[in-house]
Each structure stands twice: as C-alpha cells, then as structure tokens.
Design a protein around this ligand. Structure first.
Ligand code: NAD
Length: 485
C-alpha cells in the first residue's frame, strides 16, 4: 500500500516499491492537488511479478473451482463494505461524481458475483459412444499467467471485467492500472489481500507505456486484456499477438443516438443529457452525436441546450453536483481545441462550455457541457472521439439516412435509438453495425452476465470482457477421445 503518499506494487502478497523507478504525480482533477506519487515500474519489476504469478500457477490451478470462488465471495463482501470509501477515492482521482463512482463499483461487484458461477460456466461438453464404446468430451483448462491493462476513466470497474473470471478459471493475474488513477486499485488490492488469496495469484504493477511494453513482451504472460484509446488498443493487440499471446483489446468510440419524431421528449432529453454529460463525457459509451430524424430536430436542439446549460458542474464529492472535471489539464485543452475545430468546420456552438469558472475550483480541469449544432457530417469532429462533455447534433431526413450515417463511422461501440415505433426499433437493431445497442436507453452498458460487445475500431480480438466471453478467453479447450478395454 502507500508509504506516505507514494504508491507501491503488490507482488507475491507483498507491497513493494520497485527498484530504479521514476515516479509520476497523481492529481485530483477538480483541485489539481497532488494526491500521490505512482511508480513507473521498469521491465525488471514486471519480470518479478510474472515470475511470482508463474510460481503460484500450479497450486492455484489444482485448487478446485468451488474453492477458488470462496475468495470471490469474500471479495464481494469486502467490496460491499468498502463501497463508499473506494467510490470516494474514484471521485478524488478521476473526477466523476460520487454517485457515478458508486455506480461503477456496483458493476465491478456484479462481475464478481457472475464469476462466482464459474463451476457451472467452466463446464465442458461430452458425448458418449461417438463410436461403440468410445466417449469424447471437452474440458476447459486455465491459460496461465494473464494480465489486464486499464484506462483512466473507470479506475475500479474495468479490471473487474477480467480479473474475477481469470482467477476463478484457475489463472494467475497481473493488473496494470492507468498511471492517472492508480489509487483505486491500491484499495482494491488491499481487499484482495484480505481475502487470503494465496501468494502470487493476483499482482499489481504500476506504470505507463514502458511497463505495458514489458507486459506484452514478457514470455511468461499468455493473455492480455486491454482497454483504452483505439491507437493504443491497436498497438497492444498487434504487439501482443505477434508475441503469440491471446489478446482482447477494447478501444475508443464515437457513439451516436438517433432521435425519431415519435420519441418521448422528456425521456430523450434526460437520457441523452445523462449519456453525453455524465462522467463528463469520459465514458466509452457516452453519447457523442445525436442524429435527429425528420421533425425531431425542432424540439430536440432547444431542449438539450437547456439541459446542457443548466447541468450543475463542480467537485464530484459536493452535494448536488451532476458533472465533474475532465481528467487532466491536457485533456481540457484538447477538448476545448476540438470544440473550436467543430466551429471552424461550420457547426454552431449552441452551448459553449469552454473556460468555465467553477467557484472554489478555479484551477480544476473543468469544461462545461457543450452542444454543437449542425455539425458538418464530413468534418473531422463528426468522426473524432472527443472524450469530454461535448455533444454534436446532425440531422437526417429518414431513418435509412440516419442508419447509413452511423454505419459509415469507423467505431462500433454503442448506438441508441429513441422512438415509440417497434418496427423502427427492430430495423435499427438489425441494421446498425454496432456491438452495443440501446432502444430508448442512453447508455447501453451490458450487465456483467453479457459480453461488452464493441465492434469495428472499438475492439480488436474475438472474445470480449465479462461473462461467457471471459470464460472462453481465460480457458483453453481440450478435447479427449476415450476408450477403455
Ligand atoms: P490510453 O490508451 O491512453 O491508456 C490506456 C492504458 O494504456 C493505460 O494503462 C496506459 O498506461 C497505457 N498506454 C497509454 N499509451 C500507451 C502506449 N503508447 N504504449 C503502451 N501503453 C500505453 O487510454 P485512456 O486515455 O486511459 O482511456 C480513454 C480511452 O479508453 C478512450 O478512448 C475510451 O473510449 C477508451 N475506453 C474504451 C472502453 C471500451 O470498453 N471500449 C472502456 C473505457 C475506455
């Protein structure tokens, strides 16, 4: 755990400071106060973690799944008991509101609960008498030492798309959190420590790009789960698979929401406002574009502008705040630059959230909700992931035009439709080239018992995080043909 405010790694059930490490400041994005210093672990530290995980593998693999999940039951209980504390940490280092942070941890816990079903989920198949007196069956065995590399925007939840399934399936594990938000995982690992998991089963290694490279190049590590921006996801996927590893790499997004004239105005405005501006737009399932169809344009733009302008912005630990800051000063500058680019490309800045003054938090990384109307569909902003509280509005004459528009995008993480027409909804979910679909839902985040299903440039690999896909990812199948004389 932290010595003073200097964070440590957790390897072989010990908290250690890596040798020869540089350190980076971890900042509260609302105040820009330094919260801690995080080590940028060198390759030698990754090697120590990989060796520890490899040493633990044999005994852990031989531990029956029914026993392995007892640690997860304990972890669930500990997470429940510490939900408030961990959520406050998420707000302090990531900026989202306390309510959003609690929602994130709820989904983390849900993944632990689902992974407790491993004795059923890990079962194979069998067929007696494939020929007379010969039986054939398929069993699942763990892959080995596996690792997760996480982004900044969900400091708690994302590791849980992978870790509970990985260890329940008999693998040993290494987690590399985002260097921007590493404190949450320190707390989570403190709880993992309290479960009494054997030495080396779960390991925490802090760092940034060099640490990631050491993980994806390490010969002992057999599988990589990555979540982050598309260029990084593509790079990690290419390098990890070239090194012969399994990889599942989730990338960025540009999520459209179609609004038809027959949609319920109040519901749409609430849901789109939450989707676009919740978590300050730093969510891979955030609405980023709204395509109004036909007569929806008339009522939608005014109402969403009102909702954007009136959203309470501030420090996420304060009562009544509905949107916090973006993660870094660099992000704020980038987002404000992209708003200008949208205006330069011909959009009307209907609500301008640049350079806000948040009383008491003048040095924080705040951008208020912003709405760009009549976005140029051929401009760069219509296809660029902004990852901030910026919503672009585009108009289409028909549902077919709107679906064509969204299918022309390079990402495929989420698309939603608001309508009261079942036929339009069916057409949309059937034709949209997107992995997560919402019908009258603004953030179509799959529950833990479904895979998190991004397509196209939002995902590189075959098997997604969570549930059955995770079990397939963290096990290798073995087929046995058996005859007894
Ligand atoms: P990021 O790609 O900058 O960082 C993600 C991880 O990769 C971090 O652990 C970081 O240390 C590491 N990393 C960064 N640059 C690297 C490099 N050059 N080489 C090796 N490793 C590197 O992403 P971020 O800014 O932390 O997160 C935001 C992005 O994540 C957004 O694009 C968002 O859409 C995406 N995201 C996607 C999903 C999804 O499910 N598809 C979920 C959450 C976030």
């Amino acid at each position: 755990m932290a010595a003073g405010n200097t964070l440590q790694n957790y390897i072989d059930n010990e908290w250690l400071a890596p040798d020869n490490s540089e350190y980076l400041d971890v900042m509260n994005p609302a105040t820009t106060d330094v919260l801690a210093k995080v080590p940028l672990s060198p390759a030698a530290e990754v090697d120590i973690a990989a060796q520890a995980a490899a040493s633990a593998l044999n005994d852990w693999r031989h531990t029956p799944p029914t026993e392995r999940i007892q640690y997860l039951f304990k972890l669930k209980q500990l997470l429940e008991e510490n939900l408030d504390d961990i959520s406050r940490t998420i707000t302090m280092e990531c900026g989202k509101t306390l309510l959003e942070a609690k929602g994130e941890m709820r989904r983390a816990i849900e993944n632990v609960e689902v992974a407790c079903g491993i004795p059923t989920m890990m079962q194979g198949t069998n067929l007696e008498d494939i020929a007379s007196g010969i039986d054939e069956f398929m069993i699942r065995q763990p892959v080995g030492v596996c690792a997760a590399i996480a982004p900044f925007n969900f400091p708690g939840m994302i590791t849980f798309w992978f870790l509970p399934y990985a260890i329940a399936c008999g693998n040993t594990y290494i987690v590399k959190p985002s260097e921007k938000v590493p404190i949450t995982m320190q707390k989570v690992f403190r709880l993992l420590e309290q479960t009494g998991l054997p030495k080396g089963v779960v390991n925490l290694v802090n760092g940034a790009a060099d640490t990631v490279n050491a993980i994806i190049d390490h010969p002992i590590i057999r599988a990589i789960s990555f979540v982050g921006a598309t260029p990084t996801a593509k790079y990690v996927y290419a390098r990890a698979t070239a090194n012969g590893k399994r990889a599942q790499c989730q990338g960025g997004a540009k999520n459209p929401i179609l609004v038809l004239p027959d949609a319920d105005e109040g519901e749409v405005i609430h849901a789109v406002g939450e989707s676009a501006f919740g978590c300050a737009g730093q969510r891979c399932l955030a609405a980023s574009l709204v395509v109004t169809v036909g007569g929806a344009k008339g009522w939608f733009s005014k109402s969403i502008a009102d909702a954007a302008a009136s959203r309470p912005v501030g420090y996420g630990l304060e009562e009544g705040v509905e949107m916090g800051p973006v993660i870094t000063g660099e992000s704020k500058t980038r987002i404000e630059g992209l708003i200008q680019q949208g205006a330069d490309e011909g959009a009307e800045v209907l609500v301008d959230g640049r350079h806000p003054l948040i009383s008491g938090f003048e040095s924080g990384n705040f951008v208020r909700p912003t709405v760009l109307q009549n976005l140029n569909p051929d401009g760069g902003i219509a296809s660029t992931e902004i990852f901030g509280p910026v919503l672009g509005l585009i108009h289409a004459d028909t549902v077919d035009d709107a679906i064509r528009l969204i299918n022309s995008g390079k990402y495929g993480n989420m698309a939603c439709l608001f309508t009261s027409s079942g036929a339009a909804a069916r057409k949309f979910r059937y034709e949209a080239q997107i992995g997560n679909i919402g019908i009258n839902v603004g953030v179509a985040a799959p529950m833990a018992f479904f895979p998190f299903s991004g397509w196209k440039e939002s995902f590189f690999g075959d098997l997604h995080g969570q549930a059955g896909d995770a079990v397939d990812f963290f096990t290798q199948k073995k087929v046995v043909v058996e005859r007894w004389f």
